[in-house]
Design a protein around this ligand. Structure first.
Ligand SMILES: [Zn+2]
Length: 272
């Protein structure tokens, strides 16, 4: 494993009450949760299964459990306040210490990575992610490698950020990832037919996981609001467009987003 510890740090976030120019560190964590909470209330508590992929919905933030025979890979893991729910849903799916082979993070935002330490300890499992997002979890800095002012930060998200103080997702525990993965990563080692697709846009180190049957777990590259794919927070539009073009050439049937219900490749092509 190659690790580069020579990181440099920029500033931490702060909120200007009347003029938000970027997602402040402590606020961005909450508004993601709020966003998920609002749309997720509609379907809260449902865990949907097909043969290969189980959606664990935290009330708006989705995790996905891939299954191959009796082995599992968990993609993202929600926020600490929902830890008991995560445990319960993993158990219900038959995922226990010993058969959970890997935890993959689609990106470093804390509503997707908040139970990593817990999972590593309980399931003796490695936490894997792209190196470009590593400092987001190592130092708790979600602005890492992001622009001072994101290319897209929608009015809806800004409004949600102002409501965010009412919600408590739990304290994020920083950690050092065990594995850095990119498009060369081979899931076959773990008995899975899947590959990593690097899709920067939402963050530099955003990755998606494309399974052999065309399911694509895309993290926050895209959301599903009101039944349509959309991107409400885009750090870098140029990256996003390049990633979108890349996806068009891949055999994707269904997108599984970090927030909201799955949508089809047809819906994606219609919009992008
Ligand atoms: Zn995110």
């Amino acid at each position: 494993m190659n690790r580069d510890n020579s990181y440099t740090f920029t500033r931490t976030g702060s909120l200007d009450k009347f003029h938000i120019t970027r997602p402040p560190l402590h606020i961005s964590y909450y508004w993601l949760v709020i966003f998920g909470f609002l749309i997720g209330n509609i379907i809260y508590g449902q865990t949907n299964m097909n043969n290969l992929i189980t959606t664990i919905n935290f009330g708006g933030v989705n995790c996905y459990l891939l299954q191959s025979n009796t082995s599992y890979i968990l993609i993202d893991n929600g926020y600490p306040a929902k830890r008991a729910y995560l445990e319960k849903e993993l158990e219900r799916a038959g995922c226990v210490p010993g058969n959970l082979k890997l935890v993959v993070l689609t990106h470093g935002d804390h509503d997707h990575a908040g139970n990593s330490i817990f999972l590593r300890d309980k399931y003796s499992v490695k936490i894997a992610m792209h190196s470009d997002d590593s400092v987001m979890v190592e130092k708790g800095d979600m602005n890492w490698k992001r622009k001072d002012k994101p290319d897209k930060f929608s009015i809806m998200f800004r409004a949600m950020s102002l409501m965010s103080f009412f919600f408590k997702p739990g304290k994020f525990e920083t950690f050092i990832p065990d594995l850095f993965i990119d498009e060369r990563f081979d899931f076959a080692t773990y008995g899975f037919e899947a590959k990593i697709i690097h899709i920067p846009g939402h963050s530099k180190g955003s990755i998606g996981i494309l399974t052999g049957d065309g399911s694509f777990v895309c993290g926050d590259f895209l959301y599903n609001l009101f039944g349509k794919p959309c991107q409400e927070f885009c750090d870098n539009l140029e990256d996003f467009k390049a990633s979108s073009e890349k996806l068009k050439s891949l055999k994707v049937n269904t997108f599984y987003p970090g927030h909201g219900k799955p949508f089809t490749m047809e819906q994606f092509l219609k919009k992008y």
